[in-house]
Write a protein that binds this ligand. Structure first.
Ligand SMILES: [Zn+2]
Length: 441
């Protein structure tokens, strides 16, 4: 048992969202109680104390769209890379990187990303992986690291026809094998069927995937990220992206659709009808200059909208800051986006609830024992009504000092516990250096 407190507890539980001098009590992998610190300390004197010194206590963050394969891209210099648009960024950088990733690279990338997750208080990740140099076994290798680092992970592999039929089949097999494997440990691992995007997938391949999916696994796909998606979809599938994917029941309440930028009004209605979850990745959208999605239009239609990082970072508060700015910039209205924090604190837990059996992103009895502590010295009044404003404007991932996942303290006062961090980082660095040589060879 862990008693995490005393502190200001932000539960995200509508029944009692804000507790001063509160604490969270965990038992094994679940939360046993949330309440007044003194009362819990008296009732459970034997619980191991995780002192939080009056700081903020919150549920661990959830990242709804990440790319472990992008870990080695930071600072990477690629020869002959001079992109002129989104497709050339994909071809010249991302596909070149994932074509060069072998199993050791995937494993080291996972370690790098999961370490960053712990340091940013992220305890659940929905990832979209590709490593075409060595597809088979890549998701299990990542899953092993996720268990070692204590980050619950929903994994999938990016199926695409861009490397030919044989590679696409290998990718299909990898998804289904892992999704079945993950069922053995549903509280920590889950699998979706990963699709790159309709513009790199033929009808033949989509048909094949749909036929194989007799167990009803959800999908994780990039949807209408660039204008190119719609142009190619019309040319190759004879219809727009959303109806094209709907033909194969890819968009449903078990699926995650990243981006959804270039969808028309009819397609937005269709997205709402399917029940698919949409994930916004503002930094990525701005970086690729692909436009900005109609987040307000999605929310008004009742679509579950979550927040991801698309591999840019593992800092969810950083992503949220960009989401807040981008929505205002898109609408050319500084008054909109007051509910942007819902993406992170409501949307992501709702998406996770479709994937994992135990409640995530909330501090209440029975929820996962994923708890973080943030060090924040407020200079203006902080209460249950303005906490989201404090988090949005006053904090980022570096404020996270303690990360508990699954009832285990993984980071305390910014020190990673249970792992030889120096050794881990040395291994990641060596692999990244070797990768940089191979990708440019
Ligand atoms: Zn992505």
């Amino acid at each position: 048992m862990l008693l995490i407190g005393p502190g200001t507890v932000i539960t995200r539980d509508p029944a009692h969202p804000f507790i001063e001098n509160g604490a969270v009590l965990t038992k094994d992998t679940k939360i046993e109680a949330v309440g007044d610190y003194e009362e819990l300390a008296k009732k459970y004197p034997d619980a191991q104390r995780v002192s939080s010194q009056g700081r903020l206590i919150m549920p661990g963050f959830i990242n709804a769209h990440h790319h472990i394969y992008s870990a080695f891209s930071r600072g990477l210099s690629l020869s002959n890379y001079n992109p002129s648009g989104f497709l050339e960024i994909l071809e010249g950088m991302w596909w070149r990187i994932d074509n060069a990733l072998n199993l050791d690279d995937s494993r080291a990338s996972a370690r790098a990303v999961y370490l960053s997750c712990l340091r940013n208080g992220v305890t659940t990740v929905i990832d979209h992986h590709a490593s075409y140099k060595e597809t088979t076994g890549s998701l299990e290798a990542i899953a092993e690291e996720s268990l070692r680092y204590g980050i619950r992970s929903c994994l999938c592999y990016e199926i695409s026809d861009r490397n030919g039929e044989e590679e696409a089949q290998r990718a299909i097999d990898e998804n289904f094998r892992f999704a079945r494997f993950a069922k053995k440990d549903p509280e920590h691992l889950a699998g979706l069927i990963g699709l790159h995007a309709s513009f790199t997938l033929s009808d033949r391949t989509l048909e094949k995937i749909a036929q194989e999916n007799t167990e009803g696994f959800g999908y994780h796909a990039h949807v209408a990220e660039g204008t190119l998606d719609q142009e190619r979809s019309l040319a190759e599938h004879g219809m727009r992206v959303v109806p094209c994917l709907m033909q194969y029941d890819i968009l449903n309440e078990r699926s995650v659709a990243g981006h959804c930028i270039h969808v028309d009004e009819k397609e937005k209605d269709l997205l709402a009808e399917t029940g698919v979850g949409v994930v916004h990745n503002p930094q990525s959208n701005m970086g690729n200059a692909v436009g900005a999605p109609d987040i307000l239009g999605f929310m008004n239609r009742g679509i579950t909208v979550g927040l991801g990082t698309d591999g840019f970072t593992s800092d969810m508060l950083e992503s949220l800051k960009f989401a807040n700015l981008l929505i205002k910039h898109r609408e050319q209205d500084a008054t909109v986006g007051g509910n942007i924090s819902d993406l992170l604190y409501k949307g992501n837990p709702a998406l996770a609830a479709r994937i994992f059996p135990q409640p995530l992103g909330i501090l209440k009895e029975g929820a996962a024992a994923d708890v973080i502590v943030l060090d924040y010295d407020e200079i203006t009044p902080l209460n249950g009504d303005n906490i989201n404003g404090h988090l949005l404007f006053g904090m980022n991932g570096l404020n996270v000092v303690t990360t508990v996942s699954d009832g285990v303290v993984r980071m305390k006062d910014r020190e990673i516990l249970g792992l030889d961090v120096e050794k881990e980082v040395a291994g990641i660095r060596a692999q990244a250096k070797d990768f940089a040589r191979r990708v440019n060879a």
